[in-house]
Design a protein. Structure first.
Length: 151
């Protein structure tokens, strides 16, 4: 079911690419027409200030949209692509990091697909962000209940 997760990312990237292209076209319109005559084939980027600034803004907007897509995707369930909820801070205290371990936050999918481990302190020795899938948690619970009823 990771198809939904990657499909959601692809859809967001497609929308972001459309927005970036629209902003690019708007920026070219705002920059005005290129020079004519002897400079007609001269590259505008770097020699025409308004065009260069417009292109710089378009690139910044495009990378900003890309960053928003990546930041949003990080906190989504890897199975159903819903936003992860219920952040719970766990682990050690910031003042006792060496003794009690580094603090971290876990986010869960409310449909029981898994949890996301996010370290609160970024040390060279700390663990990276990682997703732990639960598989079919609800089906396992229902099967356990059926087994309990049989006994
Ligand atoms: Zn989920």
């Amino acid at each position: 079911m990771a198809v939904r997760y990657w499909g959601w990312l692809a859809a967001k990237l497609a929308v972001a690419a459309g927005l970036a292209y629209g902003f690019w076209c708007l920026a070219v319109d705002v920059a005005g027409p290129g020079p004519t005559g002897l400079l007609a084939n001269w590259p505008r980027f770097g020699s025409d200030l308004s065009y260069t600034v417009a292109m710089a803004l378009a690139v910044i907007v495009a990378f900003g949209l890309l960053w928003l897509c990546a930041a949003d995707q990080l906190y989504r369930c890897h199975t159903c692509a819903r936003r992860l909820k219920m952040p719970a801070s766990e682990g050690g205290n910031l003042s006792h990091t060496m003794l009690g371990g580094s603090p971290f936050t876990t986010y869960i999918c409310t449909y029981g697909h898994g949890k996301l481990y996010v370290p609160d302190v970024h040390l060279s020795s700390s663990r990276a962000i990682r997703w732990t899938g639960y598989g079919n948690l609800w089906e396992n619970l229902m099967e356990a209940e059926r087994e309990a009823v049989k006994k």
